[in-house]
Design a protein around this ligand. Structure first.
Ligand code: SAM
Length: 300
């Protein structure tokens, strides 16, 4: 099974191997933090300005997010407080971590584009893609797990994301005759960027290796389904190189696709990552997260 990868070791050991002592200790400290509630206004239903006014009127205080006008960081508030509001009930806001708002922004969906969200539930990024395209991209959202698929359908409906075709299927078995302008692969992963301190023992090298194999399979499939010249985003909520840079290196070698460097938004805390990719460090406001933008080269 091993192809030179570490298949034994605990999460702290894996972090140490990737980042050394000082950074891995900071990462472990980042797991301990209870982060403030963050949300995204659903601009299919409300403008960011209207949403901010409505939050203030409902007695909430918040900070703005410099790189995204549709996002806010709430002060002294629980997710339950937000769930009790009319804004939430009416699908005008979506509770979402700041890091996980990044991939749709980098995919930059436009009117008329066909976009595959390959592993979509519960739909945070599908609904964000719909909102960013003003409901005018033709989105296909795929999810394998039946219960999570139900949650995806519920969220699509509540958020008013109408032009989304949802498929409950294994994305690895999508017909190769499909061809998309853009693809988001927000891959299933170990969760090493978002894990709570009580659960770090669940993540070890063997589990990470299993995740990486699945990620490589799904990324290969994504590149088959992407049109020539099309762009995609590969993301995970893992900060381990085996699930990120190594997956890209294994799959991209000789396959006619390459990384398009992304500019990190100002203020996002970063871990070192391979050229052009972005790895968010777990901190007081951000969950650990990785993303890379890829382009499939035109055939000559
Ligand atoms: N993008 C989602 C969001 O922002 O709400 C989160 C996606 S979560 C990281 C990964 C999802 O992939 C899980 O819901 C999991 O059930 C699903 N999944 C795992 N393997 C899959 C496969 N082979 N085909 C389709 N979905 C899959």
């Amino acid at each position: 099974m091993d192809q030179g990868h570490q298949v034994s070791g605990s999460l702290p050991e894996l972090l140490f191997a990737d980042y050394g002592g000082e950074l891995s200790e900071k990462i472990m400290a980042g797991y301990e933090v209870v982060r403030p509630v963050t949300l995204r206004f659903n601009t299919l239903k409300i403008t960011a300005e209207e949403g901010k006014n409505a939050l203030k009127e409902a007695g909430f205080s918040f900070e703005e997010v410099g790189w995204y006008s549709a996002a806010v960081i709430l002060n002294d508030c629980t997710e339950e407080d937000i769930r009790r509001t009319a804004l939430y009930e009416e699908g005008k806001v979506y509770l979402q971590s700041l890091s996980s708002m990044l991939p749709p922004l980098f995919l930059s969906p436009k009117k008329g584009e066909s976009i595959l969200d390959m592993t979509a539930a519960p739909g945070g990024k599908t609904t964000e893609l719909a909102a960013l395209s003003r409901g005018e991209a033709l989105i296909t959202a795929c999810e394998r797990d039946k219960l999570r698929f139900e949650r995806l359908l519920f969220n699509l409906k509540r958020q008013g994301a109408g032009r989304v075709t949802a498929l409950c299927t294994d994305a690895a078995f999508l017909d190769d005759l499909f061809c998309f302008d853009k693809i988001l692969l927000d891959a299933p992963c170990s969760g090493s960027g978002t894990v709570s301190p009580r659960k770090t023992a669940r993540i070890d090298a063997l589990y990470v290796e299993r995740c990486a194999r699945l990620q490589e399979k799904l990324l290969r499939k994504a590149l088959k389904l992407l049109k020539n010249g099309g762009e995609m985003v590969y993301s995970t909520c893992s900060i381990l190189k085996r699930e990120n840079e190594d997956v890209l290196r294994h799959v991209l070698e000789g396959c006619g696709a390459k990384v398009v460097p992304v500019e990190p938004p100002a203020g996002v805390p970063l871990l070192p990552s391979a050229d052009g990719t972005l790895c968010v460090m777990p901190t007081a406001q951000y969950e650990g997260f990785f993303l890379a933008k890829l382009i499939k080269e035109e055939r000559k």
